[in-house]
Design a protein around this ligand. Structure first.
Ligand SMILES: NC(=O)C1=CN([C@@H]2O[C@H](COP(=O)(O)OP(=O)(O)OC[C@H]3O[C@@H](n4cnc5c(N)ncnc54)[C@H](OP(=O)(O)O)[C@@H]3O)[C@@H](O)[C@H]2O)C=CC1
Ligand SMILES: O=C(OP(=O)(O)O)[C@H](O)COP(=O)(O)O
Length: 335
């Protein structure tokens, strides 16, 4: 069977990781990546063997810098079965007309609104909803992290109510433009934050409200969750349930911070030190007056990557069983 042809439009934090994760799957391949600037990331993409495409007015600049442009973004789209749009939030929306015109399927990221694709995706929670769809949005890193714990709890015990506070990294490690560098910023000040409504775009019946602040750190986000459930359960029951989830990692062994989690990712030999799983502190899982509390850390640069691979498989109907797709993606990535 021929492999599904995948194009990556936007080769930054998310795009470069999706490209590498697709490359290790046996049922899909990268036919090209696109970015606008001929910077070090474009050179590395070219060195890795990816065909580098760019906007029509940037082709000369790319060639002049020594990166042979394989063509324009339109040329790349014409060759693809599915485009994974990883351009900055807001730009992806403008690309929809291009994809429609070319008759190509497209995946957007969490920086775009749910309405753009009409289908918001988390592999564990709603894989089948994306089967055969032309447009899908993989929800944001934080929302992905929330779905991964809320969905199994809901399946097992029925979730009555979720209240979550998100402490967000304010910029990615390579980002020299964003801050703050010495402040804690309620963001947004007007409540709730987008994360609760975003969870509902995947799991509409969940009662959830979220608040969020930005902190001067680049490594990971950290969530404090409080969940009320329909059926009684113990902290040990919840720990056992989380331990069974392939994209949730129970954290202990002296790890007391996001910095040590990132060190673990490097020690495990993960590409770029990525931590694809939610990291739940085992000792934090507590039942108090019948309600569940716990802390989890989310590696914003990488947790959505396996979800993008599963979204491709669902849209292209390469696999109808979500559990099988998740297992296949995980195995190929080494998760
Ligand atoms: N970073 C994160 O933590 C997460 C981000 N997301 C979401 O993923 C999406 C991408 O974010 P992220 O990877 O961080 O963004 P980055 O800024 O790291 O990367 C964006 C990429 O898009 C390229 N680009 C910009 N404009 C265009 C264009 N018109 N056509 C083609 N390529 C273009 C940029 O290239 P160049 O620099 O050459 O212009 C760059 O390679 C957003 O929706 C974001 O909300 C989701 C989860 C986590
Ligand atoms: O999807 C993310 O976060 P979010 O779930 O808080 O929107 C990524 O960390 C990107 O966030 P940013 O929009 O602050 O760069």
């Amino acid at each position: 069977m021929s492999k599904v042809k995948v194009a990556i439009n936007g080769y930054g934090t998310i795009g470069k990781r999706v490209a590498d994760a697709v490359t290790v799957q046996d049922d899909m391949e990268i036919i090209g990546i696109a970015k606008t600037r001929p910077n070090y990331e474009a050179f590395v993409a070219h060195d890795k063997g990816y065909d580098v495409y760019t906007l029509a007015d940037k082709v000369d600049a790319m060639n002049k810098a020594g990166i042979p442009a394989a063509g324009t973004v339109d040329d790349m789209i014409a060759k693809a079965d599915v485009v994974v749009d990883c351009t900055p939030g807001g730009i992806g929306e403008k690309n929809k007309a291009l994809y429609e015109k070319a008759g190509v399927k497209a995946i957007w990221q969490g920086g775009e609104d749910h309405e753009l694709a009409g289908c918001s995706f988390n592999a564990e929670a709603n894989y089948t909803e994306a089967l055969g769809k032309d447009f899908v949005r993989v929800v944001s890193c934080n929302t992905t992290g929330l779905c991964r714990v809320i969905y199994p709890l809901d399946q097992e015990y029925g979730v009555k109510k979720v209240r979550v506070t998100l402490m967000r990294r304010s910029a990615d490690p390579n980002d020299v433009k964003n801050g703050p560098i010495n402040a804690i910023v309620p963001n947004p000040i007007k409540l709730p934050s987008h994360h609760g409504p975003d969870v509902k775009s995947v799991l509409p019946h969940i009662n959830i409200a979220s608040t969020a602040v930005k902190l001067p750190t680049t490594l990971m986000h950290l969530h404090t969750l409080n969940i009320e459930m329909e059926k009684e359960c113990t902290a040990d029951d919840v720990k056992a349930l989380f331990a069974k989830q392939s994209r949730v990692r129970m954290i202990g062994q002296g790890i007391g911070s996001t910095a040590e989690i990132m060190e673990l990712g490097k020690d495990l030999g993960r590409p770029r030190g990525d931590m694809w799983e939610n990291c739940v502190w085992e000792d934090s899982v507590t039942m108090y007056e019948g309600e569940l509390y716990f802390f989890q850390a989310i590696h914003q640069e990488s947790d959505v990557i396996p979800e993008n691979v599963d979204a491709i498989r669902a849209m292209m109907e390469l696999e109808t069983d979500g559990a099988k797709s998740i297992a296949k993606t995980n195995k190929a990535m080494g998760l």
